[in-house]
Design a protein around this ligand. Structure first.
Ligand code: NAG
Ligand code: NAG
Ligand code: NAG
Ligand code: NAG
Ligand code: NAG
Ligand code: NAG
Ligand code: NAG
Length: 425
């Protein structure tokens, strides 16, 4: 059973998907691209494991701190026919796991305020630690996938109760409960508006998103306003920081959102948010750049845009992380598959070759488990590195080649996804 058979999971993606579908409708033909795997040095990588290359990168200290190449795990996936395969890939491919759903608020505090059940989240953390790999927490505050008691009684809590009790208790309990050995937490997820415009104030960036807890009813701007500003975000970060100090952890605290570099206006809001937290003395260590892209000219960032965002975050003294990466394929032609490989490769390079990017994380492990295939749209989705039989695809080998190139001290490849008119390797 795929994770997409769960309605709540489907719901969680509505916003992101609207953006994705708009982009797909404007699909343009794949350009001819140049790939590292075309070169003799990177042609025969069948027997090289990604984990061995990650070990070289980390042993040689080629990054300013440990480099993580991660993917998702879900209770559902671990209990299917793919369980053995999944376990093997978290030994030879990924060195970090993030929970797809089981560390979200609805899972952690399901039945009533103050009644926590961290079992599902902790069991995925334990899976990661048993495999000797890192674990990222996702997430402590999001408008979506909240507990029913918080969704169904929108007028039952005052702003003061939310700000002083409900949010602080949830954030602190979860961060402390998962413990000091996590690498990072997405503290706040998707609080910024899709319709952000350059120059918007931070308050407008948040209010125009029309989401809870700005509005009592998520997505309903006619419902009463709860918070009139972005201070619930401060509250979440303040309490995550308190919790990590209590448990003596140096884990990183992230804000995580989509469109952070596709439309620069959302990037603008994210940077404003970071500046606002910093000027209030609230700790934030990074921005997670959710990367649900499509092999389509308008639906993924150019390499220049990726570096622009990483550099701006660096100038604020914080990290960028690639999170939730998959690349939707509109058709399964060889040209599209090659384009997909070049997009994965360019995004990986923009992280590898930035000194402030240490986590590169995929969303879903193989095509038959991908949330993309839960959508009733035409087209071939196949957005992951492994096919429906669990076999590595061309994008897998291209990603491996980019990692090897970096591990061997190679120069940063040019922007291959822009096509051979711009970049020939
Ligand atoms: C990979 O390993 C197998 C078994 O050791 C060997 O038969 C095969 O030739 C190797 N392939 C490459 C491309 O090195
Ligand atoms: C806590 O969650 C686990 C995993 O979802 C579940 O098996 C268990 O029954 C829950 N415990 C309680 C007390 O509800
Ligand atoms: C509303 O909150 C109060 C406590 O603040 C609680 O006693 C009551 O059960 C809640 N009502 C619902 C419907 O959840
Ligand atoms: C939006 O909220 C208002 C005020 O609470 C309510 O009257 C209206 O029915 C809601 N609309 C929808 C679509 O939920
Ligand atoms: C919420 O709490 C934060 C501190 O955590 C505070 O700065 C802010 O003013 C509070 N917001 C409201 C609306 O009370
Ligand atoms: C490519 O798509 C066509 C049409 O949907 C399908 O018949 C074919 O099996 C697909 N091939 C692969 C390799 O997925
Ligand atoms: C997909 O969409 C078509 C056309 O709108 C509809 O007839 C069909 O029932 C849908 N299938 C699923 C699985 O939702």
């Amino acid at each position: 059973m795929s994770a997409m058979n769960d309605n709540s999971v489907k719901m969680h993606w509505v916003l992101t998907v609207t953006t994705l579908l708009a982009a797909i409708q404007a699909a343009s033909p794949a350009p001819t691209v140049s790939l590292l795997t075309d070169l003799p040095r990177f042609k025969n990588l069948q027997n090289v494991s990604i984990r061995s290359v990650l070990k070289t990168i980390n042993d040689k200290r080629l990054k300013t701190s440990t480099f993580y190449f991660g993917s998702t795990i879900a209770d559902l996936t671990l209990n299917t026919q793919n369980a053995e395969w999944t376990s093997a890939r978290f030994k030879d491919t990924w060195n970090l796991a993030v929970a797809e759903n089981d560390c979200k608020w609805f899972s952690n505090e399901p039945v009533a305020p103050g009644v926590f059940n961290l079992t599902a989240c902790q069991s995925l953390r334990d899976f990661a630690f048993q495999h000797g790999i890192a674990f990222r927490g996702h997430n402590t505050l999001w408008h979506n996938q909240r507990p029913d008691w918080l969704v169904n009684n929108p007028f039952n809590f005052t702003v003061s109760q939310l700000n002083k009790t409900i949010i602080p208790t949830a954030v602190q309990t979860v961060v402390q409960g998962l413990g000091k050995n996590l690498v990072s937490w997405d503290v706040v997820n998707e609080a910024l508006s899709d319709s952000a415009t350059p120059g918007m104030s931070l308050t407008d960036c948040v209010v125009s998103a029309q989401r809870w807890p700005t509005f009592a009813i998520d997505g309903n701007s006619s419902s009463p306003m709860l918070f009139h500003d972005s201070s619930f975000i401060n509250t979440a970060f303040i309490n995550a920081d308190k919790a990590r100090k209590k448990i003596g952890s140096d884990m990183k605290l992230f804000y995580n959102d989509y469109n952070v570099w596709v439309t620069h206006s959302v990037t603008h809001c994210a940077l404003k948010l970071v500046e606002s937290l910093q000027s209030s003395g609230v700790a934030i260590d990074g921005v997670g750049i959710q990367s649900h892209y499509s092999a389509n000219a308008q639906a993924f960032p150019s390499k220049e845009s990726s570096h622009f965002t990483m550099d701006r975050l660096k100038s604020l003294g914080i990290e960028g992380a690639i999170t939730e990466l998959d690349v939707w394929l509109p058709d399964n032609s060889t040209a599209s598959l090659r384009w997909q490989a070049s997009i994965f490769g360019d995004i990986l390079d923009s992280c590898l070759f930035s000194t402030n990017c240490h986590e590169f994380i995929l969303w879903d492990n193989r095509d038959d488990e991908s949330w993309l295939d839960g959508f009733n749209t035409t087209g071939v989705h196949q957005g992951t590195l492994f096919d429906a039989n669990g076999l590595p695809k061309l994008p897998f080998f291209e990603v491996l080649a980019r990692l090897l190139n970096f591990a061997e001290g190679g120069a940063e490849p040019c922007a291959t996804s822009s096509g051979t008119s711009v970049c020939v390797l």
